[in-house]
Design a binder for this molecule. Structure first.
Ligand code: SIN
Ligand code: FE2
Length: 215
């Protein structure tokens, strides 16, 4: 009997196709948590977490930060821009480790080399959720979205092109990466309310990083 079975009961990394053009790379960045968290913290030091108000007037439970290109919201909704209209400053550049991981994940998922220009960071505290939505503010739907999960686990909902389409529920753990594009690029998706918990590296939060080609 080997002791490491007891030290680390995690299954080896594996790929799971959840829809045509949508793949979960389970455990893909599991061994890079500290560097990824340092990258998140370096961005958040420059762009502190914000709770956005939706065009419908609701305060989002998820806190957000950006690098590369970020969001501006106005009465027309959201759009991407190269600078933060709240401060007038350009968004911080996307950390090198995130550029490298986005490229590797896109290649593994079958999309080929990938150079994103926008990165959204989401912090979910217990109870935070993200309702079903489409990512459609980007100019380039030909490029996939690469989405990294750190910290507390969550249930990712992945539906179809119509809001009412049945959504599959996919458990996501620390270190999982979801890549969706091609026929799935505009599929509805969301995150069910995150349960109370404590992650040894990230604390009482889930952090999600999504890389996109927006402009
Ligand atoms: C998103 O849809 O932008 C984030 C999804 C997630 O938090 O996993
Ligand atoms: Fe999204």
């Amino acid at each position: 009997m080997t002791m490491d079975l007891f030290e680390d009961a995690l299954p080896p990394p594996w790929h799971e196709q959840i829809a045509p053009g949508a793949v979960v790379l389970h455990g893909f960045v599991r061994d890079h948590g500290p560097e990824l968290l340092a990258a998140v913290n370096s961005v958040v030091a420059q762009v502190p977490w914000r709770h956005m108000i939706t065009p419908g007037g609701y305060r989002m439970s998820v806190a957000m930060s950006w690098c590369g290109n970020g969001w501006t919201s106005d009465n027309r909704g959201y759009r991407y821009s190269d600078r933060d209209t709240r401060t007038g400053k350009p968004w911080p550049p996307i950390p090198e480790i995130l550029m490298a991981l986005a490229d590797e994940a896109a290649v593994q998922a079958g999309f080929g080399h990938y150079v994103p220009d926008s990165c959204l960071m989401n912090r979910y505290d217990p109870g935070s959720k993200l309702s079903l939505h489409q990512d459609k503010d980007e100019n380039d739907f030909g490029a996939p979205i690469v989405s990294v999960s750190l910290g507390l686990p969550a249930v990712f909902q992945f539906g179809g092109l119509q809001r009412g389409d049945r959504a599959r529920r996919v458990p996501l753990a620390h270190g999982d990466v979801v890549v969706w594009g091609g026929p799935s690029r505009l599929n509805y998706h969301g995150i069910l309310p995150v349960k109370e918990g404590y992650h040894s590296l990230v604390g009482p939060h889930r952090i999600n990083i999504t890389l996109r080609k927006a402009l």
